[in-house]
Design a protein around this ligand. Sequence first.
Ligand SMILES: [Zn+2]
Length: 115
Amino acid sequence: MIRVRPAASCLRAFAAWAVAQDPKLRTVSAAEFAVPVELFPVVPEDVLAGAVIDGFPYEPPGEAPVESSAPEPAVEVSAAAGSPAGSGAVCDECGRGFSSARGLDTHRRQAHPEA
Ligand SMILES: [Zn+2]
């Protein structure tokens, strides 16, 4: 289970989504939900905005991950060589890059709970 504490502004929307699931999501507390790991990827992104996931701030996809196919800006920064995510961290399970070690940690908990 992943513990999700939606932002106050998203709590109603999240709760509406949670009770629409089958089976319904359990609540951990008045403001926290237990989301099965397999269900987490389908949680609507807009109800997760500002949420706290397992104690870490939710990071929307697309912000931190580094797409190898994305067009690179024409930079001439030699320091970036050998560091896919610039100053960040790379998941050694799937190779995704993150702008921060915390982002990587959150990703690993969510994407590779068994790792
Ligand atoms: Zn990964």
